[in-house]
Design a protein around this ligand. Structure first.
Ligand SMILES: NC(=O)c1ccc[n+]([C@@H]2O[C@H](COP(=O)([O-])OP(=O)(O)OC[C@H]3O[C@@H](n4cnc5c(N)ncnc54)[C@H](OP(=O)(O)O)[C@@H]3O)[C@@H](O)[C@H]2O)c1
Length: 324
């Protein structure tokens, strides 16, 4: 099978731990080059990860004719500039979540790729896990009746005070880092754009929200609520309650190596749908590469990322208004 040759912008941990191994394990991709702001760092990283080419500047990676597609795992504040630079260099790009600092910036990115007819997608890998298709099928089959309420949580504790998630100038914060999953999952499962949203947050010394709780109201009347945090013990789950039943996912977003269970209650019945461990990063990069090879759109259009950012914009503005 033909393979897409990926270039990776930066030596980010998510690349090292998840996405580069996923590309290397994929059926339709290889990692051909990596760039860092430091050539020394790029060379050490390339040697460690088995990547043939190392560059000491991101521009050099974008100019490499042997690179077919870019994976951009820069800090959130840098997503736009370097994704747009990739578009200008004619490179299809998979950019980390959240796509940008705000919806207007995200739209500029989407436009830059659309204008050149280049593939562009947000690396929201959780969507590729089959447990969400199971949840959606149960709901579509009437398994919980009409959705009334959906809740989601994603929290974990950062290990270092220098983490990009605690830096305001890098567009960190709990909403940007993990709240974005809760909002995305609620939009995905409810299948609507929220009509309104509000939030309260506790802001840390660096100015980013370290814990946030938000509410959403959808046009059909579904009420959504979520919490997200970067200093709280780990939890990543969602629950959907309908008129007749409910479903719950215990490991909704980062179930690395775990068998996951979709729990389904309806009336007095309870059923568990078990899913063996899968590499959701691999499914994501294989979808992107397949879309590129077969000239089809990605599974999730980048316009979804703009819509998600629009909700995040409203929520963080609300949290700042309400203080904390
Ligand atoms: N989908 C997921 O599961 C998932 C999980 C974790 C993170 N993410 C996303 O991936 C992105 C990176 O997260 P991460 O935790 O992997 O970050 P990280 O380890 O801190 O890496 C970010 C990289 O960006 C480069 N960089 C460029 N300008 C920088 C600056 N001003 N400050 C710091 N680094 C800078 C650095 O690489 P060089 O020094 O080599 O240039 C650095 O290694 C974020 O957008 C995050 O939201 C996604």
């Amino acid at each position: 099978m033909e393979k897409i040759r990926w270039g990776v912008i930066s030596t980010a941990r998510i690349g090292e731990n998840r996405v580069i191994p996923a590309i290397q394990a994929s059926d339709n991709g290889t990692v051909t080059a990596v760039a860092s702001r430091s050539l020394e760092k790029a060379q050490a990283f390339a040697a460690r990860m088995g990547i043939p080419t190392a560059y000491g500047a991101y521009e050099a990676l974008l100019a490499d004719p042997n690179v077919d597609a870019i994976y951009n795992p820069l800090p959130n504040s840098e997503h736009a500039a370097w994704s747009i630079a990739a578009a200008e260099a004619g490179k299809p790009t998979l950019c980390e979540k959240p796509l940008a600092k705000n919806a207007a910036e995200a739209q500029t990115m989407v436009d830059a790729f659309a204008a050149r007819g280049l593939l562009f997608a947000e690396a929201f890998m959780y969507r590729f896990h089959p447990q969400h298709a199971t949840a959606r099928r149960i709901i579509a089959d009437g398994g919980i009746g009409a959705i009334q309420i959906m809740s989601a949580s994603f929290t974990f504790a950062v290990r270092s005070e220098s983490d990009i998630r605690l830096q305001a100038e890098l567009a960190g914060g709990a909403l940007m880092d993990v709240g974005c999953y809760c909002v995305n999952a609620m939009r995905l499962i409810v299948g609507e754009e929220p009509a309104n949203g509000s939030a309260v947050a506790r802001f840390g010394a660096s100015g980013v929200d370290e814990a946030i709780a938000g509410t959403l109201i959808f046009p059909s009347g579904v009420v959504g609520h979520f919490d997200a945090g970067v200093r709280a013990y780990r939890l990543h789950t969602y629950e959907v309650r309908g008129t007749e039943g409910r479903i719950q996912l215990d490991a909704a977003f980062v179930p690395h190596g775990l068998t996951t269970i979709v729990r389904h209650w309806r009336g007095d019945n309870y059923v568990e749908y078990s899913h063996p461990p899968v590499d959701q990063y691999r499914l994501m990069v294989e979808d992107f590469a397949d879309a590129l090879l077969n000239r089809r759109p990605p599974a999730y259009p980048p316009s979804d990322a703009v819509a998600n950012m629009r909700v995040l914009d409203q929520l963080i503005a609300s949290a700042r208004t309400h203080g904390g």
